[in-house]
Design a binder for this molecule. Structure first.
Ligand code: GLN
Length: 538
């Protein structure tokens, strides 16, 4: 039977519960155990798919087509375990499931209540499809004390009772602040947060204390005493210089060992920290760098392109250099400024996006990259914009556009049903924004002797999608005659998946999101090759 580890947070949010959970998952896996990671989000959106990246950061997409919280990206990148649709749930989804059942009369006339109906549904979610795991790590979003998270905390309390306390472990992550003025480390917020947790029936077994500086033994003893936790289970996590140090730091603090001790389990093999040490060293010591411009709408919010930033960093690691991200707000990018703004960059990336705002700046930047032979990578929306640029300036279809933002003009990008061509299907209906996209992993076949085939070193690839619009395949020949090759297609040859420019060192557009599958210990070939091209650019 699986053992369940619940990770809650206290004092403030953004302490790194996701990274802590993911690091623990890596350590347990590396010791020979099978691990699954799950995230329980307290907000009422059914999934984060319709939330603005400004509000919630990136939407992470799984192979099986779920739009999930960005923490699932951390989980995948650190643990290497591919997340599934069933690994992320929100209060919204829980409530909608329960209410749907209620409408169907499945509660047989009973009064439907938070306890037991909502909590039962949460417990079902936690347990679902975990029988083959050694450990299931469940992170509860938000912090203890939030009104929204109460049903989740209550559910995990019940869950530990149901399966027996020896099979469930509670980890609480808190902040131990340092006050500069008095040169003191303060344990009181942790004490209060644990008190809050205990008031709803949960005694933490391990406390992870996030701190700017090492926490002296005296202070850890105080936390142990006041919070009723064994001193060995008061684990400090001091800010690391790069996130790749996190697994090393938790290993040094013996977090994994304390978890195994709790469950009375022995490590099956020693933990392997070598790969993390190697990439930490590269990340911290490398002096060489390349500047890569990301031109997008959400550049002001750090987490809005989380997987993309990570994937570019991974590309840097595989080329032994640092990637400096030059974030350019596409809405503020004036056509006249492009040359000046891009003069010091060795690569230009246009990420995924939605809607009209900022498109003209992006299209002009792509033209600049094409003409000046600057390495270019267009992702999803970025590929669509590259198609529009080429159609307008090379095929001389001046009104080339996408039906996403211009109802008139020539729709080289459009919805599949708009073209009414046979054999093309679009998921869901247009009424419900949550269900109209091509989501999740799809196959693509790569053209022989193309650059992309060289990069992937494979004919068949599987990549994750998240978009409504497609490039109209009927223009393929026209583009190819002018040197823009459709070098990746869906297996039925109806949907363009990849474009590349002949006679350019690196000009690639992809309809999917390769960033979701890049991992620090296994950088994605597309990002490695893009950064390599940028390195060779000057
Ligand atoms: N807005 C575009 C579409 O829906 C691109 C989406 C994206 O970049 N993820 O097709």
């Amino acid at each position: 039977m699986a053992r369940y580890i619940f990770v809650t947070g206290g004092v403030v949010s953004s302490l790194g519960k996701g990274l802590s959970s993911a690091s623990l998952a890596y350590l347990l896996q590396s010791r020979g155990f099978k691990v699954r990671l799950r995230k329980l989000d307290p907000y009422l959106n059914v999934d984060p798919g319709t939330m603005s990246p400004f509000q919630h950061g990136e939407v992470f997409v799984t192979d099986d087509g779920a739009e999930t919280d960005l923490d699932l990206g951390h989980y995948e990148r650190f643990s290497g375990v591919t997340a599934k649709i069933t690994d992320n749930i929100t209060s919204g989804k829980i409530y909608s499931d329960v209410l749907r059942k209620e409408r169907k009369g499945q509660y047989l006339g009973k009064t439907v209540q938070v306890i037991p109906h909502i909590t039962d549904r949460i417990k079902e979610f936690i347990k679902h499809d975990t029988s083959k795991e050694d450990f299931v790590i469940c992170e509860i979003g938000g912090i203890v004390g939030d009104i929204e998270s109460l049903p989740f905390v209550e559910a995990i309390r019940q869950f530990s009772n149901d399966i027996g306390k020896k099979n469930a472990l509670f980890i609480h992550l808190t902040l131990v602040p340092y006050l500069k003025a008095s040169d003191e480390i303060k344990t009181k917020p942790t004490q209060h947060s644990v008190k809050e947790l205990r008031s709803i029936g949960i005694q933490p077994d391990i406390i992870i204390c996030r701190s700017e500086r090492p926490i002296p033994l005296d202070h850890r003893k105080k936390i142990s005493l006041f919070c009723n936790v064994d001193i060995k289970n008061v684990i400090e996590t001091v800010d690391v210089k790069t996130i790749y140090e996190a697994p090393i730091s938790f290993f040094n603090q013996k977090l994994d060992i304390q978890v195994l001790n709790y469950f009375k389990l022995k490590s099956k093999k020693p933990a392997n920290l070598k790969p993390w040490k190697k990439i930490t060293k590269i990340t911290l010591n490398t002096k060489r760098h390349v500047n890569i411009a990301i031109i997008g709408k959400y550049v002001e919010l750090k987490d809005a392109y989380k997987s993309l930033d990570e994937a570019l960093t991974h590309g840097g690691i595989s080329n032994n250099l640092k990637v400096n991200l030059v974030r350019i707000d596409s809405e503020k990018l004036k056509v006249s400024e492009i040359k000046n703004k891009l003069k010091n960059v060795s690569g230009i990336l246009i990420p995924g996006g939605f809607g009209k705002r900022g498109t003209e700046g992006k299209i002009e930047a792509i033209r600049y990259a094409r003409i000046n032979k600057i390495p270019f990578l267009g992702i999803c929306y970025g590929m669509q914009m590259a198609i529009i640029e080429f159609a307008r300036n090379q095929l001389k279809i001046k009104k080339a556009t996408s039906s996403e933002f211009d109802k008139r003009g020539v729709h080289i990008i459009g919805l599949m049903h708009e073209w009414e061509k046979s054999g093309r299907k679009v998921k869901g209906t247009d009424k419900d924004l949550g269900g109209t996209m091509r989501l999740g992993s799809y196959d693509a076949i790569l053209k022989d002797k193309s650059k992309i085939r060289d990069i992937y070193k494979s004919r068949l690839i599987k990549e994750r999608h998240r978009h409504r619009y497609e490039v109209d395949i009927s223009y393929k020949e026209k583009f190819e005659k002018k040197g823009l090759i459709f070098s990746g297609l869906s297996p039925d040859h109806k949907l363009p998946e990849i474009i590349e420019l002949k006679n350019h060192p690196c000009f690639i557009g992809v309809q999917f999101h390769p960033e979701f599958k890049s991992r620090p210990l296994n950088p994605h070939p597309l990002f490695s090759s893009f950064i390599k091209a940028a390195k060779n650019h000057r």
